[in-house]
Write a protein that binds this ligand. Sequence first.
Ligand code: FPP
Ligand code: MG
Length: 283
Amino acid sequence: MPKKNSIDAIYQPILPYLTRVQRNIRREIRVENKTVSKIVDYLFQTKGKLLRPALAIFAGKAVAGLEDESTDEALVQLATAIELIHNASLVHDDILDDAGLRREIPTLNKIYNNHVALLAGDVLFTEAFYLMTHHLRQEIIEPITKITSGMCQGELINELYPGDNLDFSTYLTVITLKTAGLMSGATQAGAKVFGAPQVVVDALGEYGRNVGLAYQIVDDYVDDETGSIEGFSLDYAFKAAESARESLKVLSPSIYKDKLLDIVDLFIEMAVQKDMSATVKLP
Ligand code: FPP
Ligand code: MG
């Protein structure tokens, strides 16, 4: 039994969808060359948190006006593309960070080299766009394209501040682009797949953006990566979490809406737990 409010407990109602997404990743990336195929298999031997696809699925199911097999299939394709873009960005992020491990296995940049990792990341994100052009409407693909460009811009801005010595406002710009954008794109697109009215799409987009901000701020705080950020404020994560909860008021009650609220609580709990463990630490 997963712990209450653990990520596994939250995902329970959408597990069949997440399983389909994982299967779909390997089905959609059809690379003929065996060497390249082995690299793709290597990257997907461990699954990540699947947070972005889960956000797309929860958002879609929470509005679920037009529920049928074809919308469900489009939702799985969307969630797959979003997970591929996210994985591509991590492969590139590991080059930038010169990281040796990702999801507890050695990174491509360490096993091979930066050139191989760069190109493998390119394969993943171009495959994601190929998949989207095949399965999704243009009104869904277009914003995701801009968001992906934004992710690159966010990392580019970050690179201009050696040692991550940036001020809080620049930090917010960076994390809005590199993290909150894709989460907001996931929730908006999930809602669009199910034909949600614009006001609901916008509200879910705001939810995704604020969840992304809260998540990244808490993650950086828990990983002790915020010391060099001038004017850093953990409170901003709490405010973003509150705005995320507020945005969900447009939705009718459902198990999916409850889980979107649980995701917000989970990230905030992570920050609180870190603070609690800090207070009991012996000198
Ligand atoms: C992880 O953040 C990294 C991101 C959220 C985005 C990285 C984006 C790029 C490298 C731009 C290239 C994008 C594409 C689509 C090819 P983190 O460093 O805070 O997380 P970590 O601790 O897991 O590394
Ligand atoms: Mg990193």
